[in-house]
Design a protein around this ligand. Structure first.
Ligand code: TYM
Length: 325
């Protein structure tokens, strides 16, 4: 049996990048009977950027509702909120002491965030160590993530193997990322990586009129309506090709190349495609957002399963480090 594990930060409502880059591929893996899956909401990580507790609570629920909306079987698997399992933070401290300073100082995501954010706190700096703790605590084998997480996964392996080496144990399983090459980095409406922090994301659970508005804002070049357009450099086409059927994508490609087809037409097609493709997830998402007590109950049940494994690992780690068990 392989253990599959992944997490989403509760720093905003999940966007199309999270859904295509992490949630859908993870749920596909979880349907393989050879796998047992551990999916959690990384609410401690969200504290690095989001300080408002009420907002965090709301985002935690939105992320939980999204996993359920896309059909995650929480009864067969393990589904929980990171902050409720204290072993995540305890292990993160131990691992901090096995993490070389330059490894964190050279992390691309830290450099990028520290250039963009005004609040460059120590939590942002040690973010990858908490992520390593999330993974190593459950002895996970496969970590489905978007391409932007590749370096964090390399750091996890590095930290885990340093611990194993220095502490003279083979306690931690060293995980492998699983990155779907077709998906890579989903572009936002401005063409940069879609991200909560760049405010360029598409929230597929918005009311229809809002979804339409944001789709219209996708950046395009100024090629006039009549002229042929290059599908491969266009953001709307790229998003459409990730969602629509092969034949619909081929038709849109032809329309771009022959001219007389405007970006407005393509955006309308993308909007309709999202509404159709996500009709059922939108319905389930809204149901859970109106029945949050049900969500809380599901997460609390998941905690019990997660805690049992986390406690076993932490007790072994304490023993190895001479803290008792
Ligand atoms: P977060 O919330 O930033 O991203 C969650 C997942 O969504 C993927 N993703 C994307 N994929 C494709 N295109 C995009 N534009 C895009 N934006 C986001 C991310 O790659 C990620 O898989 N650090 C993690 C949270 C985490 C975690 C973990 C993940 C904490 N502990 C342990 C795996 C294992 C993160 O970036 O979350």
């Amino acid at each position: 049996m392989a253990r599959v594990l992944t997490g989403i930060q509760s720093s905003g409502r999940p966007h199309l990048g999270n859904i295509l880059g992490a949630i859908i591929p993870a749920i596909e893996l979880s349907r393989n009977p050879q796998n047992e899956s551990f999916f959690f909401i990384a609410d401690l990580h969200s504290l690095t950027t989001l300080k408002d507790g009420a907002e965090r609570q709301n985002f935690v629920q939105a992320i939980a509702a999204t996993w359920l909306a896309f059909g995650f079987d929480y009864e067969q698997n393990t589904f929980w909120r990171q902050s409720r399992i204290q072993e995540h933070t305890e292990l993160a401290w131990y691992l901090n002491c096995f993490t070389p300073f330059p490894m964190l100082a050279n992390a691309t995501s830290f450099k990028e965030k520290s250039e963009k954010l005004s609040d460059v706190n120590a939590g942002l700096f040690t973010y990858p160590v908490l992520q390593a703790a999330d993974i190593l605590l459950y002895n996970a084998h496969i970590i489905p993530v978007g391409k932007d997480q590749k370096q964090h996964l390399e750091m996890t392996k590095d930290i885990g193997s340093r611990f194993n080496q220095l502490a003279g144990s083979d306690l931690f399983v060293l995980p492998e990322p699983q990155i779907d090459d077709r998906i890579m980095t989903i572009p936002g409406i401005d063409g940069q990586k879609m991200s909560k922090s760049y405010h360029n994301y598409i929230d597929i659970f918005q009311p229809e009129n809002e979804l339409k508005k944001i789709t219209k804002k996708i950046v395009s070049d100024s090629t006039p309506l009549d002229e042929p357009k290059d599908p491969d450099s266009d953001i709307t086409f790229k998003l459409f090709s990730l969602l629509a059927s092969e034949s619909d994508v081929a038709t849109m490609r032809e329309n771009y190349l022959k001219g007389g087809y405007g970006y407005g037409h393509a955006k309308q097609a993308l909007f309709e495609c999202m509404l159709e493709k996500f009709a059922e997830p939108r319905r389930i998402f809204n149901y859970y957002m109106e029945n949050t007590a049900e969500l809380e109950h599901i997460l609390t049940q998941g905690e019990i399963k997660a805690r049992a494994i986390a406690q076993q690992t932490i007790s072994k780690v304490r023993q190895v480090l001479g803290f008792g068990s």
